[in-house]
Ligand binder design. Structure first.
Ligand SMILES: Nc1ncnc2c1ncn2[C@@H]1O[C@H](COP(=O)(O)OP(=O)(O)OP(=O)(O)O)[C@@H](O)[C@H]1O
Ligand SMILES: O=C(O)C1=C[C@@H](O)[C@@H](O)[C@H](O)C1
Ligand SMILES: [Mg+2]
Length: 188
């Protein structure tokens, strides 16, 4: 049993936040939430509908509200976020100022493209050149994911179960070193 506050997964579309988050929550015996699902449940509509009717800005407002509610009301859960959660400074501050352990699931643009190609549920990728879109988003967002993340876990060429195990090991190592540092402060 590991003792950690909320574990929050960030990263681009297709990094596997939803898939790995669910696996991690099973391994840890924790509840699993996904900000995209919370937004859809609150709106009573799916993400493409929200983008169509309210624009990206309307979606981002809903996303901030979902993140605030999660951080305020939940402890010791696993939360998968949407790929654009880091776009608002407000959200980055919420993440950085919380005691959550934020894990950046890294995926190369070619893997993102491959993993997102089977679904048309992502409005930002309904373009004539999704690869160019993913590249442009990655340029802006990769530094922002790194800014809020405590840990970075590489996901390319790894089966989801192997990514989840790798994330779990990285989380355990991080908590162990944090405990050691705290003990040193108390005893030193
Ligand atoms: N490590 C992996 N190897 C191969 N396929 C993967 C891996 N991780 C996820 N996938 C597959 O990629 C697709 C997208 O994964 P998922 O929905 O978990 O991504 P996401 O990061 O939550 O994306 P979004 O930001 O759009 O919510 C799914 O079909 C999933 O099965
Ligand atoms: O990367 C993004 O901006 C998005 C990712 C998805 O998870 C959804 O949150 C939505 O499709 C927008
Ligand atoms: Mg997801």
């Amino acid at each position: 049993m590991i003792k950690a506050p909320n574990i929050i997964l960030v990263g681009p579309m297709g990094a596997g936040k939803t898939t790995i988050g669910r696996l991690l929550s099973h391994s840890l015996g924790r509840e699993f939430y996904d900000s995209d699902r919370i937004i859809e449940e609150n709106a009573g509509a799916d993400i493409p509908w929200i983008f169509e009717k309210e624009g990206e800005d309307g979606f981002r407002k809903r996303e901030t509200h979902a993140l605030e509610c999660m951080l305020h009301n939940q402890d010791c859960v696993v939360l998968a976020t949407g790929g654009g959660i880091v776009m608002r400074e407000e959200n980055r501050e919420l993440l950085s100022n919380s005691d959550a352990l934020v894990v950046y699931l890294y995926a190369s643009v070619s893997q993102q493209l491959h993993r997102t190609s089977k679904s048309n549920h992502r409005p930002l990728l309904q373009t004539s050149d999704p690869k160019a879109t993913l590249n442009a988003l990655f340029k802006v967002r990769d530094p922002l994911y790194r800014e809020v993340a405590t840990l970075v876990v590489e996901t390319d060429s790894r089966h989801p179960k192997s990514v989840a195990n790798k994330a779990l090991e990285a989380i355990k190592r991080h908590l162990k070193s944090e405990n050691k540092a705290q003990n040193a402060n108390v005893n030193g």
